[in-house]
Design a binder for this molecule. Structure first.
Ligand SMILES: C[S@@+](CC[C@H](N)C(=O)[O-])C[C@H]1O[C@@H](n2cnc3c(N)ncnc32)[C@H](O)[C@@H]1O
Length: 216
C-alpha cells in the first residue's frame, strides 16, 4: 500500500513500560479519530490549541493543567509518550486534552472547512540530519498548506528546532509562505525547555524559534 505521506517520525512503539501499556488500554477514552471529533464546547473552552509531536507530553500536560479553559489537541505517534500522557491525564483528572494518536497530516488532510486552532506548537520536529532524509522533514511548503486550512485567521504558529540547517529551511519556507506571516504575539508562550530542546543545548546546539501567524 502506498502511504499518502512519507513518514516524518522515527518510531511508533519503542520500549513501553507496563504502566504505559496499561494506560494505553484507556486510549479510546481520550482519543479523537476525525476532525469532527474536535468539538470545543464554547461553554467550557475559550480557545483550542494543537501541539504536534508532543513526545513525552511534558509541555502539553503543563499547559493543559495551567489553562483549563483551553482545549488542547495533542498529536503523537510514539506510543510510550501517549501512554505517559494518559497516566498524567488520569492522575490529575484532566478534561481539556484530546489525543490524535497518528500522523497529524492524516487529520489535517481530512479537514475541508473548519478553522479551529487558535495556536499550533511544534517543538523540535524530528531533525532528519542526513541530507538524503531531508525529504522526511515535517515542515515544508506542503505541510504549511495543509495546516493553514485548520488554523483561525491570525492564529499563532510556533516552531522550534535545535538543528541550524533545519532552522534555515523552516525560515525560508515560512518566509515564502502565502499562508503565514511573522508575529510578535504569542498565544500561550512556551514556558520551558522540553527534553529535546535541553538535549540540543547539552550537545552544544542552539535553539531557533519561529513565531508566525496565519494571514487574514
Ligand atoms: C524530536 S521529538 C520532540 C518531542 C517533544 N516535542 C519535545 O520537544 O520533547 C519529535 C516528535 O514528533 C513526533 N512526530 C513526528 N512526525 C509526526 C507527525 N507527522 N505527526 C505527529 N507526531 C509526529 C515524533 O514521534 C516525535 O515524538
Amino acid at each position: 500500500m502506498r502511504l499518502r505521506f512519507l513518514p516524518s517520525f522515527v518510531k511508533r512503539r519503542g520500549r513501553i513500560t507496563n504502566n504505559q501499556e496499561e494506560n494505553l488500554k484507556s486510549l479510546p477514552d481520550y482519543s479523537i479519530s476525525t476532525f469532527d471529533d474536535i468539538d470545543p464546547d464554547p461553554s467550557k473552552f475559550s480557545h483550542c490549541c494543537l501541539e504536534i509531536g508532543f513526545g513525552n507530553a511534558e509541555h502539553l500536560y503543563f499547559q493543559a493543567m495551567n489553562n483549563p479553559e483551553v482545549l488542547f489537541i495533542g498529536s503523537e505517534v510514539y506510543m510510550s509518550g501517549i501512554g505517559t500522557l494518559i497516566g498524567n491525564i488520569q492522575k490529575e483528572k484532566i478534561i481539556n486534552i484530546k489525543i490524535f494518536p497518528d500522523d497529524i497530516r492524516i487529520l489535517l488532510d481530512e479537514n475541508k472547512d473548519k478553522q479551529i486552532f487558535d495556536a499550533v506548537k511544534i517543538i523540535c520536529p524530528d531533525p532528519w540530519p542526513k541530507e538524503r532524509h531531508h525529504k522526511r522533514r515535517l515542515i515544508n511548503a506542503d505541510f504549511l498548506k495543509l495546516l493553514h486550512n485548520s488554523v483561525k485567521s491570525e492564529g499563532n504558529l510556533f516552531i522550534s528546532t535545535d538543528w541550524a540547517d533545519y532552522a534555515e529551511g523552516i525560515k525560508e519556507t515560512l518566509e515564502k509562505s502565502t499562508y503565514f506571516e511573522p508575529s510578535d504575539d504569542f498565544f500561550l508562550k512556551k514556558e520551558f525547555l522540553t527534553k529535546f530542546e535541553q538535549r540540543g543545548l547539552d550537545e552544544g546546539r542552539e535553539i531557533f524559534e519561529f513565531n508566525f501567524q496565519k494571514k487574514n
